[in-house]
Design a protein around this ligand. Structure first.
Ligand SMILES: N[C@@H](CCC(=O)N[C@@H](CS)C(=O)NCC(=O)O)C(=O)O
Length: 244
C-alpha cells in the first residue's frame, strides 16, 4: 500500500503532462518528465532567451509554440498569460505565477533557482544593469534594424540610417565592455543570456564581426555551451546556431 501512493502520484503527474492545455496556441511538446514551467515561445531572440535560460537552470519545462507569423500571440487565451500579446511568457506550475517580458522572466528564474545572478550586492546590480541595457537597447533597436534594413529596405531611408547607426553604436558598447570582462557582468549570467540571442542575428544587422573581436570571443564561448545549443533549437527545427 505504501508503494502505491507514490506510484499514483507519478501516474497523475504524467497524466497532467499530457492533458491538453487550452491556455494558448497549439499544443504541446514535452521537454522532460514532470515539467515545472510552461513556456510560450517562438524562434526569435526574445523567445530563445528564456529557453536557453531554462536549459541552463535545468528546470523541466513544457514548450507551447506561439506562431507569431500566424498571429497566435493575439489569441484571447494567450492574452490572459501575456497581456502585451508578445512572446515569451511563462507559467510556473509550482507557484501559479504567470509572467511576460523576457527580462522579468529571467530575473524570476534566476531567483527561483539561485543561479546565474548573485543574490545581493554589487554583482546583482551589475547583472540587472546589463540586462536592462539589453531590454532598452539591443532588443528594440536591433529589432528595428531587422524590420527596416533586412525585411523592408527602401521604405524609409531615415529609419534604415537611424537604426543601422544605433546598431553600430550598441555593438561598440558591447565590444568595449567585453574587452574588460569575460562576460558582461563578470561571471556568465542571465545578462549574457539576454544579449546573446540578439547578437546571433548578426547577419541582419549591418555590422562586421571582424571589427568586434571581443564580441566574437564571447559569442563563440556561449555558442559552445550545451545548454545554449539545446535552448536555441527549442522547437526542434534543426536550425544551427549561426557562426561568424
Ligand atoms: N520586451 C518584450 C518584447 C517581446 C517581443 O517583442 N516579442 C516578439 C518576438 S521577439 C513578439 O512577440 N512579436 C509579436 C508581434 O510583434 O506581434 C520582451 O523582452 O519579452
Amino acid at each position: 500500500m505504501a508503494g502505491l501512493v507514490p506510484a499514483i502520484h507519478v501516474f497523475l503527474l504524467n497524466l497532467m503532462m499530457w492533458m491538453p492545455d487550452d491556455r494558448a496556441g497549439h499544443e504541446m511538446k514535452t521537454k522532460r518528465i514532470f515539467p515545472v514551467i510552461d513556456l510560450y515561445t517562438w524562434t526569435t531572440p526574445n523567445g530563445r532567451k528564456v529557453s536557453i535560460a531554462l536549459e541552463e537552470f535545468g528546470l523541466p519545462y513544457t514548450v507551447h509554440p506561439i506562431d507569431i507569423s500566424k498571429d497566435e500571440q493575439f489569441a484571447p487565451a494567450f492574452l490572459k498569460i501575456a497581456p502585451n500579446n508578445r512572446i515569451p511568457a511563462i507559467v510556473d506550475r509550482d507557484t501559479n505565477i504567470a509572467l511576460m517580458e523576457s527580462g522579468a522572466i529571467l530575473i524570476y528564474l534566476a531567483d527561483k533557482t539561485g543561479k546565474l545572478m548573485p543574490k545581493s550586492g554589487e554583482g546583482r546590480y551589475r547583472v540587472i544593469e546589463w540586462l536592462m541595457w539589453q531590454m532598452g537597447g539591443p532588443g528594440p533597436f536591433l529589432g528595428q534594424v531587422h524590420h527596416f534594413v533586412k525585411f523592408n529596405p527602401g521604405k524609409s531611408a531615415y529609419a534604415e540610417e537611424r537604426y543601422a547607426k544605433e546598431a553600430k553604436r550598441l555593438w561598440g558598447v558591447l565590444d568595449r565592455r567585453l574587452a574588460e570582462v569575460e562576460y558582461v557582468a563578470g561571471d556568465y549570467s542571465i545578462a549574457d543570456i539576454a544579449i546573446w540571442p540578439w547578437i546571433s542575428r548578426f547577419a541582419w544587422q549591418t555590422v562586421d564581426f571582424a571589427e568586434h573581436s571581443n564580441i566574437k570571443r564571447w559569442y563563440m564561448a556561449i555558442a559552445e555551451r550545451p545548454a545554449v545549443k539545446r535552448g536555441w533549437d527549442v522547437l526542434k527545427e534543426g536550425r544551427a546556431i549561426p557562426i561568424p
